[in-house]
Design a protein around this ligand. Sequence first.
Ligand SMILES: Cc1cc2nc3c(=O)[nH]c(=O)nc-3n(C[C@H](O)[C@H](O)[C@H](O)COP(=O)(O)O)c2cc1C
Length: 185
Amino acid sequence: MPNPTVVGFSGNFTRPSKTRGFVEQVVKDIARQHGLSASTEDSEDLGPSLGAAKWARDLDGQARAIFDSVVNADVLVVGSPTYKGSYTGLFKHFFDLFDPASLRGKPVVLLATGGNDRHALIVEHQLRPLFGFFEAQTLPTAIYASDKDFANGVLVSEAVHARARQAVAEACRVAGVPYSVVRAA
Ligand SMILES: Cc1cc2nc3c(=O)[nH]c(=O)nc-3n(C[C@H](O)[C@H](O)[C@H](O)COP(=O)(O)O)c2cc1C
């Protein structure tokens, strides 16, 4: 049986990216709790075939491998920078290529970053309905961080760290790890 996986996908397409770094941190925290294999990719990793793709079959090999890793993930962490009050267009375009049943029941941690707190509810008003469409198991604690929560691209806000720990604990609980182990970490 293959090792269970936690996979992160971030909708940024510029580097360096606060969002990607934050998604990766949450993925690693979940993986560390109970030995899951971990990987994190972003829209930039998908490469140029994404923009031209109308169907998943149009993706090139590299993008298709990322697509498949998301479909097959045991736990998914999704994040996007806020662009014009929502997730990036490429983030949505990527998920437009997924079969409606392909993420059913999958535990999903929701995360977003933004320039300020004005659009903090992107996680509830944009990301949660999208993964609700897929009948995924979105976890209760969604995480939002704004520019003031980072220093040199690294998350420094203790309040956001605490919220991320809460989301990690929820992810580990649904992935079968005793909650007490998570809380003690
Ligand atoms: C085209 C564009 C649109 C943006 N729109 C918003 C917005 O509507 N609300 C907001 O809070 N921040 C907005 N921002 C700021 C980014 O969401 C924010 O800086 C984000 O953390 C960048 O993430 P990254 O470092 O992963 O690229 C926008 C930035 C760009 C480049």
